[in-house]
Design a protein around this ligand. Sequence first.
Ligand code: GLP
Length: 261
Amino acid sequence: MEVVIVPDSAAGGELIAEAMADLLRRKPDALLGVATGSTPLPVYQALAAKVRAGQVDASGARVCQLDEYVGLPAGHPESYRSVVLREVVEPLGLDREAFMGPDGTAEDVPAACRTYDRALAEAGGVDLQLLGIGTDGHIGFNEPCSSLASRTRIKTLTEQTRVDNARFFDGDIEQVPHHVITQGIGTILEARHLVLLATGEAKADAVALAVEGPLSALVPASALQLHPHATVVVDEAAASRLKLGDYFRATYAAKPQWQGL
Ligand code: GLP
């Protein structure tokens, strides 16, 4: 796992957007796995700016969702489908056909989960999966004690995650659904490159456990330790509990430019 410590979230956004742009220059129809939450927004803004500036052609890009609430009406502004369309698909100027996500309104949720898992494989797999991290160490909506081999399935949110996400629902936890569909940890690990972005002091414990703690279902993000190409980008605050911070800084400073992320 590579850990890159950046000064702030804008620098993290720029670094990851450049990695995505590089990927699209090599593979114009790359499948980009995108995450929701506040953390990845600087990535999407930086990538859209590169497209507008003509630094990369994203017209062939495909975008797929990581997770979704169950039961929010189609078109609800906080459904992750709406968020990804608004924050990623539209700013990049992509058609809706370039976008894939699980159906959180399906009557048969397990069937919708299987369908999505299969659709990802049939699309050739995810080239780069961007991830955030929950304060409890979750990735996607794989809450603590999710199987490290799990596939896309329904999960129940912890109280902590519902409290954390209430800010998107007028601060009202009652509006935050209890159930979600999420790519499983096994599904996420099939992406060719995993990039986790974490910013802010509130993520420092989860980051330290994920990067330096034991591999454990209790900290789902620790599953990145199993992946042959995982990059963790953190700002100084999120890096503040890492024991190997100085080593990570020195390694990145000495990294040959041609290597990219
Ligand atoms: C939600 C999403 C995760 C995201 C997490 C952190 O739970 N399902 O994919 O990583 O929130 O969000 P934020 O970046 O806003 O802290």
